[in-house]
Design a protein around this ligand. Sequence first.
Ligand SMILES: C[S@@+](CC[C@H](N)C(=O)[O-])C[C@H]1O[C@@H](n2cnc3c(N)ncnc32)[C@H](O)[C@@H]1O
Length: 298
Amino acid sequence: MTVALVGAGPGDPGLITVKGLERVRACDVLVYDRLVAPELVDEAPADALRIERDHLEQDEVNDLLVALGDHHDVVRLKGGDPFLFGRGGEEALALAGAGVPFEVIPGVSSLASVPASAGIPVTHRGLSASVTAFAAHDVERLDAAALARAPGTLVAFMGLAGLERLAERLIEHGRPAATPAAVVSAGTTERERVVTAPLGAIATAAEDMPTPALVVVGDVVSLRAAIQRAGQRGAPRSREIPRAASTTAAETSGNRFRRSTRSFGPATPTAPIASVRRSKIGAATPASPSSASSRSTA
Ligand SMILES: C[S@@+](CC[C@H](N)C(=O)[O-])C[C@H]1O[C@@H](n2cnc3c(N)ncnc32)[C@H](O)[C@@H]1O
């Protein structure tokens, strides 16, 4: 019995890794973030317990993984990559501390994939040779001077709500107001929206953009127009999850924990979504369809 911390990718369900999908298809319990593609949640076996994580505090998630990992094959499915602003490190440490076997299956982070989907390469020879990724949910606590000085591209996670102040602080500390900037919302999904503007005007331009959104600042943003002219229209979102491989991913991946027989099998029917309330942590059992909670597709 083990826990797999799996990156679900940035939104398009086709951007999960082969190995990650194989684990989802073979799990007993799926603990997932609200923002992961619903198609991936549906890929878990019909009889798997599904637990939406967003009702739980991080400590409760850690405890839940430790409790379930002793007796079940658990997949903890997280948006993007588990270890990039995903608190996957905290979950891994909790599992390690409790002696529960676990593995980490990296995912396609939004860091480069979301800008790429919008036609923005985060590095480009002659324009940007480095990328600085940072969490921008608390703009006043950022070292804006260091960020303004950082060469190359800035990528701000969770930065939409404080975008006006973020732009102000970067400009105050020396980033030119004319620096190209972009906000990409729901990148790689059918709801993807992109706005570009100079840094000094990006907050106004992005006023109506919904979350999740990534803010990109740097000269690479100016490549978007040419890349789009050259044919890129944003990668079309995957409508079907690939299947029908003759060899299981577990057989080829050297998985230490299991050799799955369910991987890449026929599609499992959509299962009821189980809900586990805080009071039930530690005694999680599959919920009946009548107690199914709704799963947001936001
Ligand atoms: C808690 S962080 C998780 C990041 C994730 N672990 C990763 O590797 O992409 C959530 C933030 O990532 C960014 N993000 C994730 N997916 C996104 C998407 N599809 N489009 C735009 N931004 C996204 C947003 O800034 C969002 O607020």
